[in-house]
Ligand binder design. Sequence first.
Ligand SMILES: [Zn+2]
Length: 481
Amino acid sequence: MRIFIAAIGTETNTFSPIPTGRASFEETLLRHGDGGTTSSAFAGPLAEWREMSSPDDTIVESIAAFAMPGGPTSQSVWQELRDTLLRDLEAHGPFDLVLLHLHGAMIATGCDDCEGELMEAVKRVTGPNAVVGVELDLHAHLTDRMVANADAIIMYKEYPHTDIRERARELYSISRHARETGQSLCMSMVDCRQLGVWRTSDPLVAELVKWMKDEERQRPNLLSLSFCHGFPWADVPEVGAKALAVAAGSERSVAENAAKDLADRILALRETYAPTFIAAKDALVATARTDNLTIVADVADNPGAGGPGDSTYLLADLLASDIADVVVGMIWDPVAVRLCVEAGEGERIALRIGGKLGPLSGTPLDIRGRIVRIVHDVKTSFGGGNWEAGTLVWLDLGRIQLVINSVRTQTLNPDVFEQVGMDLNAYRAFFIKSAQHFVGGFSRITDRFIYAVCPGVAAPAFESLSLPRAGRPLWPNSTDQ
Ligand SMILES: [Zn+2]
């Protein structure tokens, strides 16, 4: 069997002040032909698909590209990625199987639906004979164009995304079986007309994930169910949560009924489930009151959702308080990192930190401290792979320890603090920038997580998000449905 594999992704926040260009891909993942051999979490499916193939198969791997979420991708960069993939597909074809790992919420300055455009072009090249299977992040805008141009789409089920590789294996099996047996596949999607965040670490959402897996096992001919959570911070026409089913055979009713049943359950969760968030000042009070190790997540400035990662609200509040023995990090400030590298470990330094990258980043803070440690080329582990964090600098400010870094990424795992030599047991709280992916990594040191809301481009203010292009009422942005 001839198999084509590739991965392209980023998650576009149309409110983010960070442009996404070539350098954003280069510093996270940009490989051609060998992405599956890297430790990048986004390339994990490529490694799985290679591993699952038999020695008789021919595998052609094209591009593997991922940029940390930010604003829209420059049109020329998008076109370069897209055309590289399509050129490879044409040059090395025909293929029996095309397997793509995409994000599903990638927007370019000249294209609202990069994945839909790509999938349509892929189908045009392969024709009807190849089976096209696509794995997507659950934070996608699942569009009609995507569903019309793939044979099977499978999305992650878990948030945090702990099942990227598991879903990749599932997609491989379903797609390969269909190609080998000539079995037809059909998909059905239901628009839930809803914005939200669903943490699968919360019991009610975990129950829904379990229900989906049970249905996949029990319903005749149902192959896959996906709960597309959507990515709310993007003003595009098909933003919002969706339900998707993939079924075997050409009888559409299996997929249609399953997608509708899933959508009903998603809508029913409105009555029983809401993710917890608390105001920043209450997070400080909660931290001061307990000696249990606490993780305070600044969700609105999460670089994993397009946040700049340089907002200073929580750090400013901490500096104004008398709270001691806490760590703040990572704050993305490559210029301050450079000044620290220039000064060297052990030196005292005065720095202006953060608050530079957008109107929601707060004000820059003037601090003085000692440079405890500088470590280059730090990677943080997540999702069965690694994410680049660049150079990290540990600054001792007295009561507060601050970690700044040079490659924008969320604080996914306490391993970043360990890599600069911190004793994790020596502190009462870590103030990090992430919305949910930190849960897996930090669970090994505590189960006390606080989701704090400050101003930011990924603030969970779904009632007031400005989405004039959404084109239809979306709960709770509009209750007019
Ligand atoms: Zn996601």
